[in-house]
Design a protein around this ligand. Structure first.
Ligand SMILES: [Zn+2]
Length: 87
């Protein structure tokens, strides 16, 4: 299992390593890519699928936004992981 998958399953260490590299985990709801944008003074990370109903995160610091996004990705089960597009 690769680091991204471990992170999505709630592996704190994997989450931290990806966060340090500035990598965003895929959406924790649908598994599609996350996108980041700067809006009204905040870095906003959300799912690239506009119809996905996952919650976005918004932080004034880019690294903090990525951390927040990555570290809450711990709600997936192994079964849910199978649906993800993660390679
Ligand atoms: Zn999504």
């Amino acid at each position: 299992m690769d680091k991204v998958k471990r992170a999505l399953l709630g592996d704190r260490k994997a989450q931290e390593e990806l966060t340090k590299k500035g990598r965003k985990l895929p959406c924790h709801v649908c598994g599609k890519k996350a996108k980041i944008m700067f809006r009204e003074g905040l870095f906003v990370i959300m799912c690239s699928d506009e119809y996905c109903n996952c919650l976005c995160v918004a932080e004034p610091v880019r690294a903090m936004a990525i951390r927040k996004w990555n570290e809450r990705a711990e709600i997936l089960t192994e079964k849910e992981m199978e649906k993800l597009e993660v390679k």
